[in-house]
Design a protein around this ligand. Structure first.
Ligand code: 5AD
Ligand code: SF4
Length: 449
């Protein structure tokens, strides 16, 4: 490509780390840049611009990005006109320090400044360093149609809110993503409607704390249960998921709405973090062990077939063996279908970093985490065995990696099932009976209808 062509249609390569929100944000970024003539390449060596959308949640998430920046440095050595930008949470946390410490970086853009990317890239292209890390109280990118980067064209993330007001003492999110704001419901419905028209069969409504979704103007107010219902009504053939719920805010209203609509999937991700009330208090989570258990009881009462998953963190400052045992016993009691499990990682400037000493040695954190993971593996295995002989509707997402003769998809409970291909294709709903399981997957057989 000549320089002239590159100028007209520069090629963008984008890499995304972190949560679903970052995946959705990268789709907004691509939309903003495509409108200005950029094209997307999946070949990093073809790129005129490399953007890395970053996560700051734990130190190792940031380490991974530093590693990638080393790789980009090598590429830039051979191609000095290449622009390298760091965007997202790490850009917001480190600001100009990123440019100072890493000469490869030309551009630093925080999560609320993506509309400015074309202008900033122009500045960076002319040899200046460009930075915008201003957080906004209003930005929701409501009017931007994200360009879907997923491969299967079956399921998409739809952002319904941004930021977070919770101030859990360990968490960097409120600092890097700003305060909570809810997106206009009409723009959400329009986006989901468009996706369904394009053939998508599943949307996941995402936000840091979907239960506190609360959009209003002078005459109207829409809360999460209502939004969920509005989205579910678009079509019974469209599956609706959401994430993440917060135990302190998850209301029975949402559970009853889930029970009313078959297409709202039977899965709730309800991060517990710890099973000890003393630790939960230090984490500023806003609930006790008993409150959390009451919410689980509500789910089991209103939605008996609902899968429950969680996030657990071990080694928070001051965590005793007794606290740790409380986490294990909570896991046994809930019987989570799935869990994300982490060691506490101190994040600079959070309340915990400023006021609580990171006093659990790494060896103890590792020991406790191993115990938690082993227990969850045992519980997950038991939960899979309980599915043997049951029949589920599966939404087909792709061809199995192990065999071209098999497809895979997920049940409403979000469990992965592999089953014979027959004449089915991606995007179909298929009824399967579970006949076997491996540690990560259910194996199904087709049920004739
Ligand atoms: N250290 C370890 N894990 C963390 N999480 C959030 N902040 C930290 C931290 N400082 C975990 C929580 C959260 C998930 C997204 O990441 O479990 O629910
Ligand atoms: Fe997502 Fe939080 Fe990581 Fe940002 S810091 S990418 S909000 S998990």
């Amino acid at each position: 490509m000549s320089d002239n062509q590159a100028e007209k249609h520069p090629k963008l390569y984008i890499e995304t780390y972190g949560c679903q929100m970052n995946i959705a944000d990268s789709e907004v970024v691509v939309s903003v840049l495509k409108d200005k003539g950029y094209s997307v390449t999946e070949d990093i060596n073809q790129a005129d611009v490399i953007l890395v959308n970053t996560c700051s949640i734990r130190e190792n998430a940031e380490q991974r990005v530093w590693g990638r920046l080393d790789v980009f440095k090598q590429i830039k050595r051979k191609k000095p006109e290449l622009t390298v930008g760091v965007i997202g949470c790490m850009a917001e946390r480190l600001k100009e320090k990123l440019i100072e410490e890493e000469k490869t970086v030309d551009l630093v853009v925080g999560p609320d400044a993506y509309r400015e990317l074309p202008k900033l890239l122009e500045e960076a292209g002319s040899g200046q360093k460009a930075i915008n890390v201003i957080l906004s109280k209003e930005e929701t990118y409501a009017d931007i149609s994200p360009v879907r980067l997923d491969k299967n064209k079956v399921s998409a993330f739809v952002s319904i809110m941004r930021g977070c007001n919770n101030m859990c003492s360990y968490c960097i999110v409120p600092y890097v993503r700003g305060g909570e704001r809810s997106r206009n419901p009409q723009s959400i419905i329009k986006e989901v409607d468009d996706l369904f028209q394009k053939g998508y069969k599943e949307v996941t409504l995402i936000g840091q704390n979907v239960d506190s979704y609360n959009w209003h103007n002078q005459s109207e107010r829409v809360k999460f249960a209502q939004l969920l219902e509005m989205v579910a009504k678009i079509s019974p053939k469209l599956r609706v998921r959401f994430s993440t719920s917060h135990p302190k805010d998850m209301s029975d209203d949402v559970l009853y709405t889930m029970a009313m609509y078959n297409n709202i999937c039977n899965h709730i991700h309800l991060p517990a973090q710890s099973g000890s009330t003393a630790i939960l208090e230090k984490m500023n989570r806003g609930y006790t062990r008993e409150w959390y258990m009451d919410r689980i009881n509500a789910i089991k009462r209103i939605l008996p077939d609902c899968a429950i998953s969680t996030d657990l963190m071990t080694g928070f400052p001051g965590e005793t063996e007794v606290d740790h045992k409380d986490t294990l016993s909570l896991m046994e009691w809930v019987k989570y279908d799935f869990a994300f499990m982490f060691k506490y990682s101190e994040r600079p400037n959070t309340y915990a970093a400023r006021h609580l000493r990171d006093d659990i040695p790494d060896s103890v954190k590792t020991e406790r985490l191993t115990e938690i993971i082993d227990l969850q593996n045992k519980i997950s295995e038991e939960s899979k065995k309980e599915d043997l002989g049951k029949t589920f509707e599966v939404l087909v997402e792709g061809v199995s990696k192990r065999s071209k003769e098999h497809l895979f998809g997920r049940t409403t409970q979000n469990k992965v099932v592999v089953f014979p291909r027959s004449n089915y294709k991606i995007g179909d709903y298929v009824t399967v009976e579970i006949i076997d399981c491996t540690s990560a997957t259910l194996i199904g057989d087709l049920v004739s209808e």
